[in-house]
Every structure is written in C-alpha cells, then in structure tokens.
Design a protein around this ligand. Structure first.
Ligand code: 13P
Length: 244
C-alpha cells in the first residue's frame, strides 16, 4: 500500500503526518506500507518512520550515479537518504517532464543497482481507452521499457497500473476494468519473463483510490495493492486504506 504525495507537504507537515499516522498502522502487518514524499521531505519522513515498518520512497530519480546534471537526484543518493523505494514513470512525469519508456528503463536499472525497489507505472490516457487501444498502449509501454530488464532484475520490481483518466479525477476504474488491465499486463509479463514471473509480480492499482472503494478493488485477486495520491495526504484516510 503506497502513498504518492506528489508535490505536497513541507518537512514540518511531513513530521506532523507521521505523528498521527504511525499509531494508526502500528499493527498493520498484513502488507508493506510505503510513503513517497517530495525530495525535500525525505529526511523528515525517514526520521519519523524510523523503528516502524513504514518504508519511504522517492518519486523520481536520474539514472546517472553523479555528475553535472543540475537539479537532478541519483539512485545512490536516494538510497543513502534512507529510502527503500522509488516511483518511476508516473504519468505526470511522462506528461509534463518528457519521461519515455526508454528513460523509464534506464531509471529502473539504476534504481535496482542502488538497491532500491522501483515502482514502475504504466497506464493509458482517456482517448486511448476510448479508441479501444488500452491493451496496445500497456503492451507498448511494457515492451518499450521494462521488458528490457533481465529476469532477475524484473523479479525485484513492483508495477503499478494507473489509468491516466482516473488520476485525481475522482473517477476510479471499476474493479473489473482495473483487473482486466492487470491481466493484460500480466500477459505481457508472462510472454517475456514466463509464468512464474507473471504470477509473482506485484501490480498495484492507482487512480482515485479512497477509503470507500479500496475494499472492492483489493477484492480482485489481480490487484495486489494500491498506489494512492490525494487520499494518502491525510493520515486517517490513508490508514483506513492500509487497514482495508
Ligand atoms: P489520486 O489517488 O490522487 O487519483 O492519484 C493517483 C496517483 O497518481 C498515484 O500515483
């Protein structure tokens, strides 16, 4: 159960969140809990989550280890900051910051080399769904990106299906629509990495997940977890999702 805070919360707000969130998920041993604040909040989050099962992730990285790349942050730096996870290829990065399937692959490899667990996002836009192209888009994102990983590398990643039309819109995919897309992604994984990898890979659903719809989504065997934006900003609401 992962929270993507996007560009929200200062370090002080991060500390305040954890003060309320920690006791609410203290006994939640049925799942992994990951929170991904902006870079400037990582130190506060790592400190506030110390001694708990809550893990901290970043929302992006640059694939070089270090160098003259003004404004960028590398995988080893994120690891050294105390993070265990990193989101890669979120649709907002694809849409506003020029992320491509090729850059997603490079970033995923660099995250793995640094010992981070990448949460790699795929998902179709509304016009692609309406044109009946959902499966082709998901296949294209997979084949042009993380299909380039080796089998051992692939075994170490988490995937997230985030239909762009469901992000921040209040329009959740129905559990059936999400499960169909997860099946299509798993089909791609099976074709490239085999049945074992397809059964083992965790695929999170993201897009307007809220306390009142998480149960029905998680009831789908195809859905292994959720990647939550807006509803992860409030401690009580994200704790309700974690404890669905
Ligand atoms: P919302 O939950 O706000 O729709 O955002 C989903 C998302 O993009 C998570 O990465």
């Amino acid at each position: 159960m992962a929270g993507n805070w996007k560009m929200y919360k200062t370090p002080a707000e991060t500390t305040a969140f954890f003060e309320r969130f920690r006791p609410l998920v203290e006994r939640s041993e049925h799942c992994e809990v990951v929170i991904c604040p902006p870079f400037t909040g990582l130190a506060a989050a790592v400190q506030a989550a110390a001694g708990t099962r809550i893990r901290i992730g970043a929302q992006n990285l640059f694939w070089a280890r270090e160098g003259a790349y003004t404004g960028e942050v590398s995988a080893p730096m994120i690891r050294a900051a105390g993070c265990s996870h990193v989101i890669i290829g979120h649709s907002e990065r694809r849409q506003y910051f020029g992320e491509t399937d090729e850059s997603v692959l490079k970033k995923t490899v660099s995250a793995l080399e640094a010992g981070l667990t990448p949460i790699v996002c795929v998902g179709e836009r509304l016009e692609e769904r309406e044109a009946g192209k959902t499966e082709a888009v998901l296949a294209g994102q997979f084949r042009g990106g993380i299909a380039g990983l080796g089998p051992q590398q692939f075994a170490a990643i988490v995937m997230a299906y985030e239909p762009v039309w469901a992000i921040g819109t209040g329009k959740t995919a129905t559990p059936e629509i999400a499960a169909d897309a997860h099946r299509a992604i798993r089909g791609e994984v099976r074709a490239k990495f085999g049945a074992g990898a397809a059964a083992a890979v965790r695929i999170l659903y993201g897009g307007s997940v809220k306390p009142d719809n998480v149960k029905n989504l998680m009831a789908q065997p195809e859905i292994d977890g959720v990647l939550v934006g807006g509803a992860s900003l409030d401690p009580a609401s994200f704790a309700t999702i974690v404890n669905f």
